[in-house]
Ligand binder design. Structure first.
Ligand code: PLP
Length: 421
């Protein structure tokens, strides 16, 4: 490493130069540490990942790919990107990996770019049932420029209705079929989705943004052997930097790379690419595999605890890191529950349940996730405590300060970033 010292996160210079922003960074850290972070799509990334993010890699223009850049001076960042690509291919047993998408949505835009033309039909889980905005929402490019068809969950079991997927696929002949959602607590049958895609000659795209970390930790089955392309975010259960990534079969490698750059993006965020490489190394460890298992055990304990408090877990429970709860039995809307939990220092989100009679901004449900609290080292006993805190908060119209005190006490025993941060 020569004699250079790392010019990384320099807290003193930020504090001297811009105390206004510095104080907000501290305030946010205190907010995150002081309460329970149960947003299913959030996590606490490692200090090592944060160091890579706060590095001079942010300065480097590197349009193109390793060995084929549009700018000079890329030999060092090339090495980092190659390491990241190799780690991704090995971890997920994938033919090809692209680490450049700026976010999950950017990765998805590239998938459309690689496989579709405007006006093409795309079959995905309907938004109201848990699909993502980029899967055909009328306010997203995906709904404005493409022809989205939405499949549903079975109203009784609240599991994906694969007969419905097959019927709609045969009827509409989609160019792509999408598996993956933002609020589906169960495993997806990727093999069956592959069969359906093959029956109609469609591309199978798995948007694994939520659960890819569980795949990385070998806690749930992988979509990689079945899908033409798998897109995901790197900042959810995976616990890397905020960003996106795409894996695909060898025959789609060129189409995907061209769709990410130059079709949809300009210069990659090389500090993000380096941080993704750091996260991928962490994901290959036995510690991370244990973490992924614990995330699921904790989500299941949370689900059981909340069920015992009278809330109804959609589909009866969870196989993953998230639980969707119908609050109809306790007579509180998702919106009110979110507000009451917020006042109790419990951060979660309101969420529509399948076939929700209420509008999305009110919603009958809430979504909770275990990635962040599991990173803090909490286990099943703490999940039981958290379920009780949530129930107290949701069911009462006042007294949230007292609950917040209890929540604070629990969080102090499991601090996020216990190091010097
Ligand atoms: C989170 C998520 C995305 C979007 O990721 P961003 O990084 O917020 O753009 C896309 N698809 C699914 C299924 C997601 O859960």
């Amino acid at each position: 490493m020569g004699n250079s010292t790392f010019w990384g996160p320099d807290w003193d210079s930020l504090q001297n130069q811009d105390p206004e922003i510095a104080s907000l960074l501290l305030k946010e850290l205190e907010r995150a540490r002081g309460g329970l972070q149960l947003i299913a799509s959030e996590n606490f990334t490692s200090p090592a990942v944060l160091a890579a993010l706060g590095s001079t890699f942010s300065n480097k223009y590197a349009e193109g790919y390793p060995g084929k850049r549009y700018y000079g001076g890329c030999s060092v960042v090339d090495e980092a990107e190659v390491i990241g690509i190799e780690r991704a291919k090995k971890l997920f047993d994938a033919d090809h990996a692209n680490l450049q998408p700026h976010s999950g949505a950017s990765a998805n835009i590239a998938v459309y770019g690689a496989f579709t033309k405007p006006g093409d039909t795309v079959l995905a889980m309907s938004l109201a049932q848990g699909g993502h905005l980029t899967h055909g929402s009328p306010v997203s490019f995906s709904g404005k420029w493409f022809n989205p068809i939405g499949y549903s969950v079975d109203p009784k079991t609240e599991l994906i209705d694969y007969d419905n997927v097959r019927d709609l696929a045969k009827q509409h002949k989609p160019k792509m079929i999408v598996a993956g959602a933002t609020a589906y607590p169960r495993l997806v049958d990727f093999k069956l989705m592959r069969e359906i895609a093959d029956e109609v000659g469609a591309i199978l795209w798995v948007d694994a943004a939520h659960f890819i970390g569980l795949v990385a930790g070998k806690a749930i089955p992988s979509p990689v052997p079945h899908a033409d392309v798998v897109s995901f975010t790197t900042h959810k259960v995976l616990r890397g930097p905020r960003g996106g990534m795409i894996l695909c079969k060898a025959q789609h490698a060129q189409a995907i790379d061209k769709a990410v750059f130059p079709m949809m993006q300009g210069g990659p965020l090389m500090h993000g690419v380096a941080a993704k490489a750091v996260a991928l190394k962490e994901c290959a460890t036995p510690e991370y595999q244990q973490y992924a298992k614990n995330v699921i055990t904790n989500a299941q304990a949370l689900s059981e605890g909340l069920k015992a408090e009278g809330m109804r877990p959609v589909s009866g429970g969870t196989d993953t890191h998230l639980v969707l709860l119908d609050l109809t039995p306790v007579g509180v809307t998702g919106k009110d529950a979110e507000k009451r939990c917020d006042a109790s220092q419990i951060t979660l989100n309101k969420n529509p349940i399948p076939n929700d009679p209420l509008p999305p901004m009110t919603a009958s449900g809430i979504r909770v996730g275990s990635p962040s609290v599991t990173t803090q080292g909490m286990g099943v006993p703490e999940m039981k405590q958290i379920a009780s805190f949530i129930a107290q908060a949701v069911k009462s119209e006042s007294g949230h300060d007292k609950i917040a005190d209890e929540v604070n006490k629990l969080c102090k025993a499991f601090p996020a970033y216990p190091q010097k941060y």
